[in-house]
Every structure is written in C-alpha cells, then in structure tokens.
Design a protein around this ligand. Structure first.
Ligand code: TRP
Length: 335
C-alpha cells in the first residue's frame, strides 16, 4: 500500500457507460483504491461547457454516481464526490486562471476539436467555459495535491498544462504543489464492434458499443454480429476485429480460454464462432453481475445522495486545507 501518494481522476456525467469505459478506465480506478489514496469526481461543471439540457445533466449525475458505485468505487476506501458539491474547485479555478497563460489555452487541441465540432452545428455557441475547461481540470487535480492522474492519451496535453500551472504558481508564490503525473496503466483499448478500426464510442451509434449494464440479449447479438474478417487475405496479420475479441477475453479475465483459442488461431483456424461465444459468455457474466449490483444501489437514490454528500464533505475538508494555504500565498485575506 502506497498511501503516501494520492490519485485523482474525473469523469463527465455523459450518460450510459460502455464496456470500453469500464475495461479501459474504471476497472483500473477500482484497482487503484488498494494502492493509493484515491479521489474520484463526477465532473458536472465540465459537462456544462458544451450545449446541454438541465434535466439531462441532473439525471446523468445521479446515474453516473450509481454506475461508479456499482462498478466497485468503495466509499470505505476512496472518496467519490460531485465536483459542484465541492465549491472549492471553482475558487481554485479562478486563482489558477490567473497563473495560466492565454496562449497555452489557445493551443489546446481538445478545445480546437470541439470548436470545429460546434461550428458544424447550427447556431454554434462557443462558451468561455469550453476555453477555460483545462484550468478547471488543473484545479480538480491540485485541490487534492494529487501526484497521479489515471487518464488516457487524449488527456495528456491537459496534464501538461496542469504541470505548467504548477510551475508558474510555485515559481511566483513558493514551492507548494507537486507536478501531477499521468498514471498510465496497461489497459486494453476496446474497439467498436461494428467498425473495429475505431475506438468504441457511444457517438458512433448503438451498433458500435456494448453498454456496461446491457442485457444478455443485446450483448449476445452485438458480439455475434461483430466485424471480424473473412478468413482470407493476409493470414500473418490478425485483423483489428479479431484482435479486439481476443483482447476482450483477456480483459475479462478469461486467460485460459484466450490462450487455447489463440493457439487454434495460430494453427490456422479461422472459424470465429467459438471465439465469439467465449467473448459473449464473458461479457454476459460481467454485465449481469454489474447489472444486479446496480439495481440494488439504484433502488435507494436517497441513500446514494446521503453517501455522496458525506464524501463531498470529506473532500471539502481536504480542499480547504489547500485553499487556505493558497489564499495566503497569493495574497488574499483569510476567511
Ligand atoms: N477532461 C477529462 C475527460 O474528459 C475529465 C476530467 C475533468 C478529469 N477533470 C479531471 C480527468 C481531472 C482527470 C483529472 O476525460
């Protein structure tokens, strides 16, 4: 146990999780609880930076909390909070926005990508919040003085900006914050079922992803129709669809089955029905277990909010230790 080091990560409440989110990220969050002091946060304020509806956001926050608890984020070992319930996130954001350079923000590729995406829609509105999004992210992480941040490749530039903010803050106001590092753990990259040249993503459409709480019928039909290859063509190189199926088997812990089927593949067997059956069984087992836990938790939303309220209060205590120190350093009066 490495309780001296702390981990922080955030997830946007964007609706239904899929097996790619779980196997690629959340399962790792669950594991990290044993090794580090972990804080996980449903970042509702970040979800406001793109056009959205209030009722949907409200529903998605609750659903994401329930999803994460069902996945095994454990209030006894980690903090699970809602970003907006810890108002210190926004206060530190303002202070950080004054040690973050405008030029650095203009160079963030995620901002540019989202602007492109919005400009394609009618009546595009680009919020200032979208522009300062990475400052809020830096505040999320540094409020808890986190050492490690488990995130995917797409967030590396944001992490680099967080470190730049830390360097400028420390230079101007004295060494205080650690420079947060990306914690990259070997996690499988789960590909789309219908187009395995792309990452599994909800935005591609329902045929492309398997929901984390999807029922048996849905899981089996999507695995059955997963794109593989025709068994012809280049037999030396495994096709992305087949690789995806093997990787799902390994990620769900079916190592023996994986190895046996891989041996057959290497011996020249290009019949994928047994592989698909094995993957479907493994995913039905996974989603079935998670669905049962989720139903139990979802039966009592008041209990979920009570728990999350308590955890957010704990988060605030930690946050206020940092903010007190920061206010003093930057020349603001103490409250
Ligand atoms: N930007 C992250 C994403 O889209 C979410 C996020 C917000 C985050 N704040 C964070 C991730 C702090 C890690 C740490 O995935």
């Amino acid at each position: 146990m490495n309780r001296q080091h702390s981990v922080f990560s955030g997830i946007q409440p964007t609706g239904e999780l899929h097996i790619g989110n779980y196997l690629g990220a959340i399962a790792n969050w669950v594991k990290l609880q044993d090794e580090y002091e972990c804080t996980y946060c449903v970042v509702d304020l970040h979800a406001m930076t793109m056009p959205y509806e209030a009722a949907t956001l409200r529903r998605n926050i609750e659903n994401m909390l329930i999803d994460l608890l069902a996945c095994g984020i454990d209030p006894a070992r980690a903090i699970l909070c809602v970003q907006s319930m810890v108002p210190e996130h926004t206060e530190l954001t303002w202070i950080f926005s004054c040690v973050c350079s405008y030029g650095d923000l203009t160079r963030q590729t995620q901002f540019k990508d989202k602007v492109d995406q919005l400009e394609d829609t009618q009546g595009a509105f680009i919020s200032a919040g979208l522009f300062t999004y990475p400052v809020l992210q830096a505040a999320d992480i540094l409020l808890y003085r986190a050492d490690y941040v488990p995130v995917g490749k797409d967030q590396e530039q944001h992490l680099e900006l967080s470190r730049e903010i830390v360097r400028r803050f420390n230079f101007q106001f004295g060494e205080y914050f650690p420079e947060p590092q990306v914690l990259s753990t070997e996690t499988p990259k789960v590909l789309s079922m219908a187009d395995p040249t792309r990452k599994m993503s909800k935005s591609l459409g329902p045929k492309h992803y398997i929901g984390l709480f999807e029922d048996e019928k849905g899981v089996r039909s999507k695995v059955k129709s997963a794109v593989t290859d025709t068994g012809a063509g280049d037999l030396e190189k495994m096709s992305p669809g087949v690789e995806n199926l093997f990787s799902l088997l390994r990620a769900t812990g079916k190592v023996d089955t994986h190895n046996a089927l891989m041996q057959e593949y290497k011996a020249g067997n290009r019949r994928y029905a047994p592989l698909k059956d094995a993957v479907a069984d493994a995913l039905v087992e996974l989603t079935g277990g998670l669905r049962a836990r989720r139903a139990e938790i979802a039966a009592d939303p008041a209990a979920v909010w009570k728990l999350v309220g308590e955890m957010s209060a704990r988060a605030r205590e930690k946050a206020n230790v940092t903010l007190r120190e920061v206010r003093q350093r930057v020349g603001l009066p103490l409250r």
